[in-house]
Design a binder for this molecule. Structure first.
Ligand SMILES: Nc1nc2c(ncn2[C@@H]2O[C@H](COP(=O)(O)OP(=O)(O)OP(=O)(O)O)[C@@H](O)[C@H]2O)c(=O)[nH]1
Ligand SMILES: [Mg+2]
Length: 460
């Protein structure tokens, strides 16, 4: 989802991450590239302009300049602005009404209305609704009614039958009566696809709206149509008071222009996104989560929570103090870090949640597998305390003894010492030490550069 945009923004922002200082010039340059990335993603021009203006204003302000990590602060500003553009928070359906609460679907041909009726019905059942009815007012497209019937039966929704020789308005009136009698909590009404320039068809859906008096009128639109999605939504809204949007086929959309344009252009919230053909492929639209995906930050929030839960804070603080006092990072500390990592579900579990991991080839990931961690720990266990504290003494015959003792080869011992030395170097650079910083350092070394925003201000 939105992969191209993620890649483009990722490249631009990665350059910023390590920067100690931001200048007006490199903020301008960055914003120029962000602007290009948004335009390529087919975000509507007014939205791009406003976005860039806002970010620039905040970035040039004190916020970034006085920050200790200007690059990351700027990324946070971009992230916040993405969230803002998409509407801040999820807007839930408002089904508070005398039952049945009616949901009316509208949209262009093939946008995903009928599929979304079934998805939404299924979603509402999962939310605890008991009785949901659906009806099709699509008397134009052959087999449209059968399509809804099949989907409704699969999902366990009450299907109210209708036929091609009825008038849509009559179907709607009948459905209202039947659901009132049958005590349905929700009635979802599928309609035929139509163009906003088709006056007759727009007249029809206006009448349907009048008769049904829906609590939710949802515009269903294909994500892949980019900023056109926002424009058609606006045109529909001029004829019909929409309460929200379902953005379908986001799974196949590499650009994301629709998701970023709709709210600003129409003022209407995206309430759901469709992420696949199956009836379970519907997600509530959360601007913050989508922003995080767009910035390639993976499931960092869960990762941060996990680190907070599982890292032994006491030990981490002890190590930090030790390093601050100018004492070196030794093999005992190295082992401790390995153990903590194993504690967090092992390397593989950890890596999966790190952002940017998608771009890393498997053979690189496999180098840091859990077996390897176990072996490293075994090797360190075969050393004497003196050797752990002063790794420099580990030479030829000691290496052979350690290898034999841990059931490994001398080259494994060499490899460990090399990794240890790299880690030691990293620790020296960071001075303060600590798990979060270590992870940040590690992630920064991976190609693709994605890494969790780390350090003091987790998550930013
Ligand atoms: N990949 C993907 N496909 C979807 C999604 N939503 C719908 N589709 C597919 O899009 C096609 C059209 O979906 P429909 O639900 O029939 O669209 P419609 O708006 O009811 O179409 P008309 O009734 O002809 O106007 C179908 O092949 C669906 O499987 C989605 O979120 N992701
Ligand atoms: Mg349909």
């Amino acid at each position: 989802m939105f992969d191209n945009l993620t890649q483009r923004l990722g490249k631009v922002l990665t350059n910023l991450r390590g920067q100690g200082r931001l200048t007006d010039d490199n903020i301008k340059e960055t914003m120029r590239e962000v602007r290009m990335a948004l335009l390529e993603a087919d975000v509507a021009l007014p939205v791009v302009r406003e976005f860039i203006d806002q970010v620039k204003q905040k970035a040039m302000g004190e916020e970034v300049m006085k920050s200790l990590t200007p690059g990351q602060t700027l990324i946070k500003i971009v992230n916040d602005e993405l969230i803002h553009v998409m509407g801040e928070a999820n807007e839930a359906l408002d089904l508070a009404a005398q039952p049945p609460a009616v949901i009316l679907m509208a949209g262009l041909q093939g946008s995903g209305k009928t599929t979304s009726v079934a998805k939404l019905g299924r979603w509402l059942l999962q939310q605890g609704k008991k009785k949901i009815s659906v009806v099709s007012c699509d008397v134009y497209r052959p087999a449209a009614i059968d399509q809804l019937e099949t989907l409704a039966r699969d999902v366990g929704l009450d299907f109210i039958s209708s036929s091609d020789d009825e008038k849509p308005l009559d179907i709607a009136k009948r459905a209202l009566k039947e659901t009132a009698k049958g005590f349905a909590e929700v009635l979802i009404v599928d309609t035929a696809g139509r163009l906003h320039v088709d006056e007759e068809m727009m007249g029809e859906i206006k009448q349907l709206h009048q008769v049904l008096d829906p609590v939710e009128t949802l515009f269903v639109v294909d994500s892949m149509t980019g900023q056109d999605a926002a424009n058609t939504a606006k045109a529909f809204n001029d004829a019909l008071p929409l309460t929200g949007v379902i953005l379908t086929k986001a799974d196949g959309d590499a650009r994301g222009g629709a998701a970023l344009s709709i709210r600003q252009i129409t003022g209407k919230p995206i309430k759901f996104i469709g992420v696949g053909e199956k009836t379970d492929a519907l997600e509530a639209f959360h601007p913050d989560r989508i922003a995080s995906r767009i910035l390639g930050m993976g499931d960092v929030l869960s990762l941060v929570e996990e680190v907070g839960r599982k890292v032994d804070q006491e030990k981490a603080t002890k190590l930090a103090k030790k390093l601050q006092k100018g004492k070196g990072f030794d093999l005992e500390d190295f082992k401790e870090q390995m153990l903590q990592m194993a504690n967090m579900g092992g390397m593989s579990g950890l890596l999966d949640k790190l952002p940017g991991m998608g771009e890393i080839p498997d053979h690189v990931k496999n180098q840091v597998n859990d077996k390897e961690v176990g072996r490293l720990i075994a090797i360190i266990n075969s050393m004497t305390p003196h050797e752990r504290a002063f790794p420099a003494v580990i030479k030829g015959s000691r290496k052979r003894r350690i290898a034999a003792g841990s059931g490994t080869q001398v080259q494994d011992v060499n490899k460990l010492l090399k990794q240890f030395m790299q880690m030691q170097k990293m620790m020296k650079k960071m001075k303060g030490g600590g798990m979060k910083k270590m992870m940040r350092g590690m992630a920064g070394r991976f190609p693709g550069g994605g890494m969790p925003p780390g350090g003091g201000g987790f998550p930013f």
